[in-house]
Ligand binder design. Structure first.
Ligand SMILES: [Zn+2]
Length: 70
């Protein structure tokens, strides 16, 4: 079992209207980078069960000049 790695989803883009989590079905205001409604803990658990997958990723660390792209 891979350890659960905590995600950094502090950015406002990770929040939206309440919607059913794609993993557990319970309502959540959180969004993944792909705009999937999902609890952070559900995404973290999913990641630990799917090592190597990049469905749910942390926000990049502060300081970079990354621009949003569509
Ligand atoms: Zn959930």
């Amino acid at each position: 079992m891979a350890p659960v790695q905590l995600l950094n989803w502090r950015h406002a883009s990770h929040f939206g209207p309440p919607a059913p989590c794609v993993l557990c079905g319970t309502t959540t205001p959180l969004r993944s980078h792909a705009k999937e409604p999902v609890h952070k803990v559900c995404a973290e658990l999913w990641n630990s069960r799917h090592p190597g997958e990049t469905r749910f990723v942390s926000d990049p660390p502060k300081g970079g000049q990354t621009s949003d792209h569509a």
